[in-house]
Write a protein of this length. Structure first.
Length: 251
């Protein structure tokens, strides 16, 4: 009697019923995504959102205000910075608030509007757009990558991600300023508080760790941009809040 021929079922191999191609680099199974690559934008629209966020952050609003209001280059006044604090030295405190509002918007708009317009809600893309906006302010394309310190833009991004983090960091800023009168130190302490506040909120299930790591990265950028302030505070030459600053004395 002849032995019957058993034909394998579709998708099975001849040796054990395992799906064809399983464990084989030539099989039909798609490789798993690399975690580090999964953090990057996944579509051309998301990459465009990242680029637009950077270009928006690169707009030197403090410099533009200086030219429009008094025809001055704020980079040649006070600390030489284009941020709100130095705009206040050049134009007055009311214009410092205007500069802060513009720089704040440069961080808020990418997180609140640009990132969501690039596709379904992704906290990773949201955080990346916020980081791109801060990077644009700190290293602006339009000023040969010589920009501000990123504090106001960071505040805008954090306010859009989670207002609780923003107000908590703002409280740290106010307390530090009232105790030391150093704006730079207050900004650094606020930046340092952001990732810790994000971590506490993450523990409540508000979002994932991407906000914590993004906040830590932005906090590091703020510290690096304030390294000259740190040196002046250690030497006792850092001007305090409300104190007049000679041109070029605090850079």
């Amino acid at each position: 009697m002849s032995t019957p021929i058993v034909r394998p079922k579709r998708g099975e191999s001849l040796r054990g019923g395992a799906p064809a191609g399983a464990g084989s680099p030539r099989g039909d199974t798609l490789p798993a995504k690399v975690p580090s690559l999964a953090l990057l934008p996944q579509t051309s629209l998301q990459w465009l959102a990242l680029l637009v966020s950077y270009l928006l952050g690169s707009i030197p609003s403090g410099l533009i205000l200086g030219y429009l209001v008094r025809g001055v280059d704020v980079r040649r006044t006070g600390s030489g910075n284009i941020g709100a604090t130095n705009v206040g030295r050049a134009l007055g405190r009311s214009w410092a608030l205007v500069a802060f509002a513009f720089d704040f918007a440069k961080g808020y708009v990418p997180v609140h509007w640009i990132a969501p317009s690039a596709g379904p809600g992704s906290r990773t893309l949201t955080m990346l757009c916020g980081c791109a906006a801060v990077a644009g302010h700190v290293w602006p394309l339009y000023l040969r990558f010589r920009g501000g310190k990123g504090v106001a833009t960071l505040c805008g991004a954090m306010a859009a991600i989670d207002p609780v983090i923003f107000f908590g960091g703002g409280a740290v800023w106010l307390v530090t300023l009232s105790l030391t009168r150093y704006v730079g130190l207050s900004s650094m302490m606020m930046g340092l508080a952001f990732p810790f506040l994000a971590f506490s909120r993450q523990g409540l299930g508000r979002y994932g760790m991407e906000v914590v790591w993004g906040g830590a990265l932005l906090s590091a950028i703020v510290f690096v941009r304030h390294r000259s302030n740190i040196g002046r505070m250690l030497s006792g030459t850092e001007p305090k809040f409300g104190q007049k600053t000679p041109s070029g004395a605090a850079r």
